[in-house]
Structure formats: C-alpha cells, structure tokens
Write a protein that binds this ligand. Structure first.
Ligand SMILES: [Zn+2]
Length: 142
C-alpha cells in the first residue's frame, strides 16, 4: 500500500489528537518521524515535522476530515479584538527577537526553542497569548 503525507505537525500532542480522530473515522494512518521530533525538537524544521501518513486511496477523505477538524477547532478560537475566528496559533520569532537572542540562537542552536508561540488574528493582526474564556477541550461538556 502506498502512503502519502496529508499533514504535518510540530508537536506530538497535536499529531496524536488528529491521528486518533482519523483512526476513529476508520482511516488507516500513522505518524512518521514522531520520535525524532519528540526527542530532538531542533530537528523538527529540518525534517519537516511529524508527518501524518495515510493510504493514497484515502488521502482525499483524510484531507476532507482534516478540513472539518480545522473548522471545528476554529470555532473555539476567537480574536478578543475583532471577534474573528480567523485565528491561528503560530510561532512568533520576532517577538522574542532582539540582537542578544539572535546571537545566542546562532551560537547555541537550542535557544531557538525559546521562540514564542502566540495566537495571531489574520483579520485584524491582533496577537494574544491566551484564548479568552476558552473552555479547555478536556472539560468540554460535549
Ligand atoms: Zn482580530
């Protein structure tokens, strides 16, 4: 069977959540490079993250499900400034970036790990660290 990459992740938690959801939908899938990324996150960018692999025949269905999951996820992400749901959780190297951290990152690659992640609103450009009053999915009544 021929497997292809339908998505990639920079941490194993997100990767495993999506993996479990796809398996729940009856799609055969697995993660590639999960352990490499978990053991050595520095390599994540080099190898392209944790890759979600599905059989070529199921790729379209998997892509449709991923789009659906993403839509569901966005419902819970709202910009506190303009109330848009066009929000992503992204790495923001600029925020932690000053000349000192740039030099340290250059000298000691591991300092790259301190890159800050923020929620970024693509509608108004507002950035925030925490989702306002977002119920944790683990405690969601649904
Ligand atoms: Zn906004």
């Amino acid at each position: 069977m021929n497997f292809i990459t339908v998505s990639s992740f920079d941490n194993y938690i997100d990767a495993n959540i999506i993996l479990g959801k796809l398996q729940h939908e009856g799609i055969t899938c697995f993660l590639r490079d999960e352990y490499t990324v978990t053991i050595d996150p520095i390599l994540t960018n080099a190898i392209g993250g944790i890759k979600l692999m599905v059989p070529e025949a199921d790729a379209q269905q998997a892509a449709d499900l991923l789009a659906l999951f993403d839509k569901e996820r966005r419902k819970h992400m709202e910009c506190p400034n303009c109330h848009s749901h066009n929000v992503e959780y992204i790495s923001n190297p600029q925020k932690s970036g000053n000349w000192l951290s740039a030099v340290l990152t250059f000298l000691f690659g591991s300092y790259a790990m301190s890159i800050k992640k923020v929620y970024h609103c693509f509608t108004c450009g507002f950035e925030f660290d925490e989702l306002p009053d977002a119920p944790s999915p683990a405690f969601s009544p649904n």
